[in-house]
Design a protein around this ligand. Sequence first.
Ligand code: GKR
Ligand code: MG
Length: 416
Amino acid sequence: MSQTRIRELIVTPIAFGDPPLLNSNGVHEPLALRIILQLVLEDGTVGLGESPGGTARLERLQAAAKVVVGMDVFDATAVAAAIDGALLPTVPSSHERGWTTSAVEVACLDAQGKLLGRPVSDLLGGRVRDAVPFAAYLFYKWAEHPALDGRPAITDDWGEALDPAGIVEQARLMQERYGFRSFKLKGGVFPPDEEIAAIRALAEAFPGQPLRLDPNVAWTVETSTEVARELDGVLEYLEDPTKGIEGMAEVAKDSPMPLATNMCVIAWEHLKPAVEQDAIQVLLTDHHYWGGLRRTRELAAVCEAFGLALSMHSNSHLGISLAAMTHVAAAIPNLDHSCDTHYPWNSADDVIVPGVLELRDGEVRVPTGPGLGVELDHDKLERLHRRYVDSGMRGRDDTGYMRRIQPEYELRLPRW
Ligand code: GKR
Ligand code: MG
């Protein structure tokens, strides 16, 4: 049996702490879910991967674990095809299947790098930068998760941010702690005028530093067009103001700034109509659903061909994902904007041994050790898995959680 064959894929769901961050769907729950992969080869080498959580994703990864046994870890394309084929009968969406193949591909690349003694960025063509810039991801937030169903309130050291002054204070803290030099505000929470005021306050507090606003399709085409006009010269780009390629194309016709998305172009088949309609000018990549790190590298070339700028999307995540994001961003020449990351909100609960990944001066230095360059903390993994089991939480529900706290809350998109 060749030593590079896959002996086992260990799939571990975990839960970790998340502050009460507000968005157009409600509010983050006290716990966020991820799934940690350990791809074990015949020679004992282990490749790591990280995927968003939830029962459907867990079951698909468990199905993938059955398919990959015995395959060669250097056959990453065949591994992805085998998983894709196994999921096809029950998961018709290529985007949805992509979440599973992506997580396993990262684990394959981590194992390959460990076998070769080279960082993953080398397997992607080599790094063109030694450090990857990230933006501070600002959120309207409550001071605490309120006491609920016998659970006491949960506070954090970020404080409340519900108005322009609170957002500027949060940005200051982000800059003080991590040195960020660009800022993204998650909008779609308050009426557009209030969010415009918050962006203007940021522009005044951080002159010349790039700003973005992302209301996650909370606005109509008309509202989006008005906000874009109001923020002319203030935003580097406006992200997903309204729903769908057609809606974005309408807004783009009159928008003075580029429009970006991680919502209406999320699969290969969306690229052609988006380009034809000039609906977006910036694509936010995310290796977690674009098929992995090599496919993300390919996507960057497609963006270059069609004159689309490139940036990177993030969701609540831990260090294995941050390492993967950093390696691929390091290997993409046409990375035009700093990447998004939720990491500051969740890093206290990371499952990797600290020391390699550090957000400093708004950047993460590309790990130079073999593979992703990060090591799993097995005790921590066990603790976070226990928390997953004990919590009973099996999916993300920002709206349901919001309704438990504010029963009158209604999800409406667009809201304004
Ligand atoms: O975590 O609340 C959140 C974000 O809104 C996330 O769900 C989005 O996927 O960050 C993301 C975005 O840029 O749209
Ligand atoms: Mg977004």
